[in-house]
Write a protein that binds this ligand. Structure first.
Ligand SMILES: *[C@@H]1O[C@H](CO)[C@@H](O)[C@H](O)[C@H]1NC(C)=O
Ligand SMILES: *[C@@H]1O[C@H](CO)[C@@H](O)[C@H](O)[C@H]1NC(C)=O
Ligand SMILES: *[C@@H]1O[C@H](CO)[C@@H](O)[C@H](O)[C@H]1NC(C)=O
Ligand SMILES: *[C@@H]1O[C@H](CO)[C@@H](O)[C@H](O)[C@H]1NC(C)=O
Ligand SMILES: *[C@@H]1O[C@H](CO)[C@@H](O)[C@H](O)[C@H]1NC(C)=O
Ligand SMILES: *[C@@H]1O[C@H](CO)[C@@H](O)[C@H](O)[C@H]1NC(C)=O
Ligand SMILES: *[C@@H]1O[C@H](CO)[C@@H](O)[C@H](O)[C@H]1NC(C)=O
Ligand SMILES: *[C@@H]1O[C@H](CO)[C@@H](O)[C@H](O)[C@H]1NC(C)=O
Length: 467
């Protein structure tokens, strides 16, 4: 009897251990449950959407990097009533003289919406690591802002990026942005992983919600560059409304320096910034072999000098690794196309949005898999990037809460909450990544990890020659 009981007990124990093993293999699925889970957009008369006072006053002011090297800034803004002036007046903090740069102005129509006068002006040849003031508008309605140029690219230049995605314009969005602004580790540039305004969720893609989003984000984006990635909510393809040119509002409103990296489209491009090399890709443009994006990326990866910019970062909207039910496997074709390059070129981190939640992967690769060998389990590989999904800005579509179970072994941490990330690069070997859940205090990090640079610390042999 005793033996029988023991045997049954042993079997139960083994079953229990195997079961627990499955869960231990995967990382942490957070048990945090959010309160006040309402994702309503802030009403049109909210403080964050206020129109600046004065006739034809510039609004929706935002800046992004204006060239490849980092010493140009692209300033964009809208004047509502008339074109006014596309000139930016700017001066270094301690300079007596002011300079002018002349930009362009454009308008676009979308269904029955006509945009304001959208200005884009690139200020070039700035001094690295310098504070500049700038002024837009004319007459009684000028507005002044400032920015700080990054240090010249170099291997041990510390620099701090914020990570925000799928922001939208709800109360949660406002909270995420506020937490980013008040973070004790100060972000110097935002890496934005796509899905901006969610205007396309409104009837007739009401582009007024693009304007409100521009006014909402101005308080950050006018003072530090936001590096833009296009998401599915930027496509705005609506033939039923007579709108069959994809990305029309986005590409009119958010200009990027794609020509500087020899790209043929604003939807994919790259920049150098301090010690980082940032490659922006488009999930919603052709990327198969022989396409413009493919050819561009093949050449781009060869250009990167890991001594000058040790940190190689990819921004993309649709995640390649995602263990949530929402958008599960949507990134698979992109993974099949590009994962081998990501591992070969030792990309440090791939940031994505799309899934309205947070997830961080282990360093894993699935490049051994093909349809014949059936080896479809991702395996640890220290040359592989960490994949971070940060589509948790807090838009009106709400959280992605459904997860595949058990948590796959490649998933290190996942949580259905809203928040933002900080990537704090210390030197060529070390960077710190922290994720703030926007229901915690500003300084609390619900998840964090030290990242060791793949090029400088991984012992895996690389097929790329060192520079
Ligand atoms: C655009 O058309 C829709 C539907 O007819 C209407 O509700 C809306 O007020 C129109 N907007 C403008 C700016 O005319
Ligand atoms: C860039 O600025 C420097 C001084 O800061 C000046 O000497 C140089 O001529 C400028 N170059 C261009 C192309 O404007
Ligand atoms: C602009 O300022 C001038 C001088 O202060 C004033 O006379 C004029 O009425 C103002 N114009 C507007 C449109 O406010
Ligand atoms: C948005 O956040 C800012 C900063 O915390 C706050 O001043 C403002 O009142 C908030 N607005 C709304 C509509 O929540
Ligand atoms: C890479 O960058 C370093 C540091 O800027 C420089 O010394 C080196 O010449 C560059 N290598 C190549 C191949 O351009
Ligand atoms: C990691 O990937 C690289 C590049 O494909 C490969 O050479 C290496 O053998 C892999 N390492 C492991 C542990 O599988
Ligand atoms: C949050 O609300 C969404 C709908 O807005 C719902 O699908 C989801 O299950 C809710 N999540 C939690 C954790 O309550
Ligand atoms: C790089 O930064 C890390 C983390 O701050 C530190 O431990 C390490 O000593 C630094 N390396 C060098 C060479 O300074």
């Amino acid at each position: 009897m005793g033996i029988g009981w023991n045997y049954a007990g042993f079997v139960l124990l083994v079953v229990f251990l195997l079961d627990a093993g499955d869960f231990c293999d995967g990382g942490v699925t957070s048990s945090f449950v959010r309160t006040k889970n309402i994702s309503a957009d802030m009403p049109l008369d909210s403080d964050v959407f206020q129109v600046p006072p004065g006739y034809n006053a510039p609004q929706q002011v935002h800046i992004t990097q204006g060239d490849y090297e980092g010493n140009a800034v692209l300033v964009s803004w809208t004047t509502p009533d008339e074109p006014g002036s596309s000139t930016v007046l700017y001066w270094a903090e301690n300079s007596k003289t002011k300079s002018h740069a002349k930009g362009i102005v454009l308008t676009y129509k979308y269904f029955n919406y006509t945009s304001g006068y959208i200005h884009h002006c690139t200020i070039k040849n700035l001094t690295f690591d310098t504070k500049y003031y700038y002024e837009v508008g004319i007459g009684n309605s000028t507005r002044q802002f400032w920015f700080v140029t990054p240090p010249r690219a170099g291997p041990d230049v510390p620099y701090t990026f914020g990570l925000i995605g799928d922001l939208g314009q709800t109360y949660h969005s406002n909270r995420t942005l506020t937490h980013y602004e008040l973070s004790p580790i100060k972000g110097q540039t935002v890496l934005y992983v796509g899905d901006l305004s969610y205007a396309d969720d409104y009837p007739f893609h009401d582009n007024v919600r693009w304007d409100t989003w521009g006014r909402f984000t101005e308080r950050s984006a006018a003072y530090q560059p936001w590096i833009w990635t296009a998401g599915n909510h930027e496509i705005d393809f609506a033939p039923d409304l007579g709108e069959s040119k994809p990305f029309k509002p986005y590409t009119n409103r958010y200009h990027v320096p794609f020509l500087a990296s020899a790209s043929t489209s604003p939807l994919w491009y790259s920049i150098k910034r301090a010690s980082a090399y940032i490659i922006v890709m488009s999930s919603y443009s052709a990327y198969d072999k022989y396409t413009p994006q493919y050819k561009w990326l093949a050449n781009e990866l060869l250009k990167v000098n890991r001594t000058e910019t040790p940190w190689l970062i990819v921004l993309i909207h649709c995640p390649i690794y995602n263990s949530y039910i929402h958008h599960y496997m949507e990134g698979e074709t992109m993974r099949v196309m590009y994962e081998a390059w990501f591992v070969e070129y030792k990309i440090d981190v791939v940031f994505a949005g799309h899934v309205h939640a947070y997830e961080r992967s282990e360093r894993i690769s699935n490049i051994a898999y093909d349809i014949v060998n059936g080896n479809c389990t991702p395996i640890p590989n220290e040359s592989a990037p960490v994949y971070i999904t940060i589509g948790d800005g807090g838009n009106q579509e709400g959280l992605a809460t459904g997860m595949t179970e058990p948590q796959p072994s490649y998933s290190a941490y996942r949580e259905a909450s809203f928040g933002h990330g900080i990537l704090d690069i210390k030197n060529r070997t070390h960077a710190y990544f922290g994720w703030n859940r926007n229901q915690d205090a500003y300084a609390v990090e619900a998840d964090s990890v030290w990242l060791q640079n793949r090029y400088w610390t991984s012992s895996e042999k690389s097929s790329i020659a060192s520079s």
